[in-house]
Design a binder for this molecule. Structure first.
Ligand code: PMV
Length: 316
C-alpha cells in the first residue's frame, strides 16, 4: 500500500482465471482458480483533493458508498478512481479486483490495518452489488492471490503446481453479465434439478482429477480435463457459438486444452499451452479477437496486494 505526497492512497489487486469448476461452485462443488498478473489499481483521496479529478474513471457511486460504509467513512468525504490492465466484463474477476483494492485503499485511508480475512469478507459484500449472489471465489483469489481450490463454504486450499501453468487468454468485446448466466442456469436447475446436479457432480470429479494433474505436473491431463469441463459447460447452457469458436481455434493452434472461463455467455476462454504462446496470441488477434499470454501463480496464497508494483499496461 502506498500513500503518495498528494495524500492519495493506492492499492492494487489481481484478476483471476477459473481453471475448472465455474458455475458448479455456486452449487457447493469445488473450483480451481488462480490469480493472474493483471490488476485493477484503486486510488483514494479526500473529496476536496483535486488530484483525482483528472481523466481517471471514477469508482461507481453505489460501490464507493457501500465500501465507505463498511470502512466507517463518510462517502461524501472521499473520492476514488480506478485504472486497470485487466479487461472488465469478460470473466477475469475485474469487479472483485476492484472491490479488494478499494477496501484496502479505504482502510489505509482511514488508518485501519485489516487482516486479509476481513478484506475478503468486505470485498464479498461489494461483489454482491456487482453480481447478486456470487460464490465468493473471485474476491478470495483477489484477496489472497495464488492458486487455490475453493468451495463456497469458503474452504480454501492452496495448491502447488509441479510445473508452470502457462495460459493464453482470448476474448471478444461483446457485453455480457455473469449475473445473467448464473440466473439462467438457476432457472434450468429449478426445472430439472436431478439433471443439473449430476452435471455438477461430473464437473466436481474433473476438478478432483485436475488437482492431481496440477500437483503432479501432468499438463496433458490437465488440458484434457479442461476440454471435458468445457463440454459440460456447453451442456449447462453456458457456452456460446463464439466461445466454442475461440475454444476450437485454441485447440487447433496446439493448446493442450481450452475452455471458457468465468461466467460464460460470452467473455473469455483460457488455453493451456506448453510452448510458443505468442504464436497462439497471434492466431487469435489475426482472427479479430483480443488475446494475451499470462502465467498463473505456481503456489497457493501469495499475498495479493500489489500496490507500488503496479505498472499500467494498455489493455489487450
Ligand atoms: O464471470 P466471473 O469472473 O465473475 O466468474 C463467475 C464465476 C461463477 O462461478 C460463474 C459465479 C460465482 O459466483 O462463482
Amino acid at each position: 500500500m502506498v500513500v503518495g505526497n498528494s495524500g492519495v492512497v493506492r492499492s492494487a489487486a489481481p484478476g483471476k482465471v477459473i481453471l475448472l469448476g465455474e458455475h458448479a461452485v455456486v452449487y457447493g462443488r469445488t473450483a480451481l482458480a488462480a490469480s493472474i498478473d493483471r490488476h485493477v489499481e484503486v486510488s483514494v483521496a479526500a473529496a476536496a483533493s483535486t488530484y483525482l479529478k483528472e481523466a481517471q474513471p471514477t469508482v461507481p457511486l453505489p460501490v464507493l458508498e457501500r465500501a465507505a460504509e463498511l470502512t466507517g467513512l463518510d462517502p461524501a468525504s472521499i473520492t476514488a478512481s480506478a485504472v486497470a490492465d485487466l479487461p472488465a466484463g469478460v470473466g477475469l474477476g475485474s469487479s472483485a479486483a476492484l472491490s479488494v483494492a478499494l477496501i484496502r485503499a479505504l482502510a489505509r485511508f482511514a488508518g485501519q490495518s485489516l487482516p486479509d480475512a476481513v478484506v475478503c469478507a468486505r470485498a464479498f459484500e461489494i461483489e454482491k452489488i456487482f453480481h447478486g449472489f456470487p460464490s465468493g471465489i473471485d474476491n478470495t483469489v483477489a484477496t489472497y492471490g495464488g492458486l487455490i481450490a475453493f468451495r463456497r463454504d469458503h474452504r480454501v486450499k492452496p495448491l502447488a503446481s509441479a510445473r508452470s501453468i502457462q495460459l493464453v487468454i482470448a476474448f471478444g468485446r461483446a457485453p455480457r453479465e455473469t449475473q445473467k448466466t448464473v440466473r439462467g442456469l438457476r432457472e434450468r436447475w429449478e426445472s430439472s434439478p436431478a439433471l443439473y446436479e449430476s452435471l455438477f457432480d461430473e464437473i466436481d470429479r474433473l476438478v478432483n482429477e485436475a488437482q492431481n494433474a496440477i500437483t503432479t505436473g501432468d499438463l496433458p491431463m490437465l488440458g484434457a480435463l479442461m476440454n471435458a469441463n468445457h463440454r459440460l459447460l456447453q451442456r449447462l447452457g453456458i457456452s456460446t457459438e463464439k466461445l466454442d469458436e475461440l475454444v476450437a481455434l485454441g485447440r487447433d493452434a496446439g493448446a493442450l486444452g481450452a475452455k471458457l472461463t468465468g461466467g460464460g455467455g460470452g467473455g473469455a476462454v483460457i488455453c493451456l499451452c506448453d510452448a510458443d504462446r505468442e504464436r497462439l496470441v497471434g492466431r487469435f488477434t489475426r482472427a479479430g479477437w483480443c488475446a494475451f499470454a499470462t502465467d498463473i501463480a505456481r503456489r497457493g496464497i501469495d499475498g495479493a496486494d500489489n500496490a507500488g508494483r503496479f505498472e499500467q499496461r494498455s489493455l489487450a
